[in-house]
Design a binder for this molecule. Sequence first.
Ligand SMILES: [Mg+2]
Length: 412
Amino acid sequence: MIIDRADVIVTSPDRNFVTLKITTSDGVTGLGDATLNGRELAVVAYLTEHVVPLLIGRDPACIEDTWQFLYRSAYWRRGPVTMAAIAAVDVALWDIKAKVAGLPLYQLLGGASRTGLLTYGHASGKDLEELFDSVRDHQEQGYKAIRVQTGVPGLTSIYGIASNATFDANSGVRYDHEPAQRGALPNEEDWDTRSYLRHVPTVFEAVRNEFGPEIPLLHDGHHRMTPIQAARLGKSLEPYDLFWLEDVTPAENPEALRLVRQHTTTPLAIGEIFNTVWDYQQIIREQLIDYVRSAVTHTGGITHLKRVLEYASQYQIKSGMHGPTDISPVGMAAAMHLGLAIHNFGIQEYMKHGARTDEVFEQSFTFEGGMLHPGEKPGIGVELNEQAAAAHPYAQAYLPYNRLADGTVHDW
Ligand SMILES: [Mg+2]
């Protein structure tokens, strides 16, 4: 059996997704997610021009060899475009291998280590009333852990706030908090760290008073603070017992987390924009984080993220895989198989996709009682409805960016 063809399929049912479909000479197909939010076509070109021609004729069973070949033969290693492209090939080959074996992928990764995956969703609101409604809505959907983001007084538009907190994600109209907006230019948002640092602890105090001490709460700082500001935030949130505080400082400088760590016992998570084990080397070894935030999609696939998580396991650091709506159902399913199999699973982020996306990507994973499960179909359990996909052509969309009150561009 050889790889007979590989097709890159771009579709935009509710947002843009890039999917690699590998077909073997025996007619077995495998899917991989290659979506890089806001830079989708760069990965399309990387795959189409430079990777697909290298795949034809290869043995689809040689996953590790193909991974090393694509990573090392490029000479220009790492980076989000390269690693998303390699991830798509890797997941598609795992999908094929599991289908050939007649097993759900998690069985090939060592079998199930748990019955399901604890999952968190995104509650948000521009004020407390809207936020409380959103938390209640998520609890009604079954979520047992909830990320909390709110508006900040004085700021008009900030990260993580759905424009309609009670939006039904299954209506297919728009996603609850989809930051990438369609159009020729990115949206501009505003930011003020001092206002944010004053406001956030009052929000968590109110949420704990309203919803009690049991529910695991998470918060994302979205890379906006200096180390000393992040340290102050972590310390000020300690009374509210967060499950984690995420992305407190810009991820390019992992050393910044040392200072944060010295000042707070609030658990820290980072890594959604990392793409290799090398990005994690120092912060895992020095135990500067508690959760690895990488997605299978952006970190070289199952082969490479498994390597990161096995390294992390030596330091009692757990997984917290990235799962917003720009991870396609293919990428989500891959994460679920990996999460079910590894020992050091922590939590899985999950934002439901819209109805149009669910029509394009036929899924067998389930979300019941706040727990995800990848299902028992051979492979990763997702198939692409190419006819439905073709009805939704690519639409240019960008993530927003930030300016401070004086016009300075700030981290988004
Ligand atoms: Mg984040």
